[in-house]
Design a protein around this ligand. Structure first.
Ligand code: 5GP
Length: 205
């Protein structure tokens, strides 16, 4: 184990609803820390630097990558995305639980560094809904959407390496948030999370 904090990794194809789901969970569980990723893609209209992403130039991303400042990084649809190392390590050491939402290969890299991380694969109730959701948010061109759907099929091949499959049903997203909350709460109660000292203390209390 890296530190006393727990790491939750929500992944799955673009359009599955990771952003909304994780946002809603954070509103319910304010002590849960969120790992803000760095990216070289342009900010969308409603996004702000330091909250949604750290928006970096290509050169600055490469500099940080060379300085080993990312726990993992990936090129996704022509842009670079990476998880800043310092924040994650610090929060886990300090005992905070942490959530992040990288794409699938990034999630698997995180698992190889932190085998104890809980990997959650998010999907809509029908795979064909991904396209509709990407169209509805109007943030990508048709070519980009087609590419994201191709990537989604690739990502499905790795589902067996995840710990949980969570379904985000249209119009029932509250239920998905509750399911995710249940996973976070259940993980906290696993026997090996307690530590021998706290169990001994309980026994002698
Ligand atoms: P978007 O451009 O839609 O915000 O993100 C595109 C993809 O990159 C999404 O699947 C998102 O989960 C993923 N992503 C965001 N941050 C990171 C990161 O730090 N590392 C990796 N590997 N993927 C990320």
């Amino acid at each position: 184990m890296f530190g006393p904090g727990l790491l939750f990794v929500v992944s799955g194809p673009s359009g599955a609803g990771k952003d909304t789901l994780v946002g809603a969970l954070r509103a319910r569980m304010p002590r849960l820390k969120y790992s803000v990723s760095a990216t070289t893609r342009e900010p969308r209209a409603e996004e702000s630097d330091g909250e949604d992403y750290f928006f970096l130039s290509h050169g600055e991303f490469k500099r940080r990558q060379a300085a080993n400042e990312f726990l993992e990084y990936r090129e996704y649809n022509g842009h670079l995305y990476g998880t800043p190392r310092d924040f994650v390590e610090k929060m886990l050491m300090e005992g905070y639980d942490l959530i992040m939402k990288p794409e699938v290969n990034g999630a698997l890299s995180i698992k190889s560094t932190f085998p104890d991380a809980a990997l959650i694969f998010l999907l809509p109730d029908k795979f064909s809904h991904l396209r509709g959701r990407l169209l509805a948010r109007r943030t990508e061109t048709n070519d980009e959407i087609a590419r994201r759907l191709e990537i989604a099929h690739e990502e499905m091949k790795h589902i067996g390496q995840f710990d949980y499959l969570l379904i985000n049903e249209d119009r029932r997203s509250d239920e998905a948030v509750s399911d995710l909350e249940a996973i976070v709460r259940a993980e906290r109660f696993r026997i090996h999370r307690w530590g021998e000292d706290s169990i001994r203390k309980l026994e002698h209390s």
